[in-house]
Design a protein around this ligand. Sequence first.
Ligand code: TNX
Length: 666
Amino acid sequence: MKSRICLIFVLLAQFVSLWNLRASDETKWLGLLPQPRNITLLEGEFCFSPATQIVCPEYMSGYVAEYFRSGGRLSPAIIMRENSDLELPAEGYVLSVATEGILIEGVDRAGVLNGFHTMLQLFPDEIYSCDFDGTAQLPAMRIEDWPEYSYRGMHFDVARTFSPVGELKEFINHLARHKINHLHLHLTDDEGWRFEVLSHPRLTEVGAWRGGDSPIRAIYGAWDERYGGYYTQNELREVVAYAEQRGVSIIPEIDLPGHSLAMGKVYPEVLCPVERDNSAAAGYDRRNVLCVAREENYALLDDILRELCDVFPSEYIHVGGDEVATSYWRDCPHCRELMKEMGMRDYAELQQLFMERVSDILAKYGRKAAMWNEATNGGTLPRDVRIYGWEGIEECRSVAEAGYPTVVMPGPYFYFDMRQSPHEDGHNWAGVVTVEKCYSAANLDALGYSQKAKNHVVGFSGAFWSELYITHGDKYENYAEYQTFPRVCALAEICWLPVSMCHTEQFLERLGLHMARMDAMGISYRRAAPALPTKGITPKLTITTSLPVKQQSALDRLSAYANDFGVRAQRTCLEGDWILYTFDSPIKQVEVELTTGYRHVARGVFPVAKVEVSSDGKHYKEIAHLKNGCAKIALREPTVAIRITSLAEGNSDAYVYMQYPQIVPM
Ligand code: TNX
């Protein structure tokens, strides 16, 4: 008996998966993305004209009007409404297209919006130019659909590079169209404080700016200018409302207790009183960890979080918890004493205490805390804290296994600041993150997640960290969009569909069709891998420098073009430091790309420097200045030496990286 039931089950399961396969095969020409669960194609079609009447709930009318000019009175009509009697999971909807009209019914508000976003994809792509005024034929069909995960997220770092309100809204709009329903907004970090706090205006007056006369010195780009920006509370309320209208909830993040350099520069007293020898970094002070033992800090955080809760209605507020440099706590007499008093064994417990106190503040304002995965290392954090797992797939698995509601977003799958092919721009610490790699995270079984762990996964999130945005922005129409799309498409689909329906090949086919839609949306997405940069020609070269380098052999290898990573100098740059490239025989009719710092991110650079060339090795003439540590120069006349000279002291790091020049014939 038991085995017969089993057999029936297996056959049923096979039938269902076959049917799914067939359903998506038959409808893949629609290029829907994310693919809906169930589509049944029917006979006939619906003819849309500007006269078509559109009926929708009041709260959607403004949004709908962005796509369809109102005023149509003719039936057939498009009707959108909530129907809580539908037997569908949360956010589910039924979309029926028939000759007589289109009916979208959602189990809830989100369901209606989801149905609306699917319907838009059935229209000609021009619908996304937002003033569609033509006619359209939509094939008759019935779609019944609901999401697999309730958290379909994208993270956006506006601290390293500031994104003005308009850009932020546009990004949210693109997310909504892909049924991403959470935006995790990284509002503060070492490089800037972007959230206006009315009770402590200096946080943005001072903390929103770096470089120039600001006490916060530049870390990534914009070295010799004052750079930054912030959002007023009213602007953020406007963004929250805009997002909500589209079904996107914003989870703001104030990154604590690490990543707090900006706050620490505004209010140095919040930091542990620890002196450091910063001489190798030209005195640059990088203390960025709040003191756990300082009671006044919690009053300040209370003010900040109270105002944050007042602006953002989200159930969860993200309070960071990542990458705490615990050596500051180790060296802080007050933190040490507190640990002793409380009988704590390690810094994870100290961090836990801090995170708990911050959670208590949030609880006072009726909110729950969200944190990065390291915050769980103390072991006994309350299980209603939502954890964002970023370090790796194992870390995410273990927090989910431990019972925390977990957003899975490990770097190697979901960090869209990583490069998309081996030679492209982007971070590299989590490797190359392709669309396929991201899509493969759908299969949590294959990644070793137990049923218990899976039960605690609330969804996936992509991340866009913006350290490189500021230095790479010029090269792209929109670097944030280039880095996030189409990886967001993969993310959106694995958040939406059960793994049994996630088929990479089919997804890629539909993505091909969806690209025309993204063109109409105006997304500057990445189409294909760019041509490989060439290493260029390698004329015999000697590199010398005024900077101290540990081993001459490292410089020799660099001179031999045999080190693509670069050679590290043992201190930062001082005014007058130089790097000299001498060629055995003159080079000419070439273009030379000069790089200081890492090749993939503007750290360890000469922030302000001049470039000189010489035809005899004695007399130099200035021909360029570095920008973001780099310069491209054209050499027409025979040249035997190129010299880069620093015009400023310090680059915020305790090192400089040197690279070989990339030389290509003109
Ligand atoms: C790690 S992810 C960080 C960020 C960086 C990112 C760059 C996380 C919680 N911390 O501060 O921006 O890597 O990929």
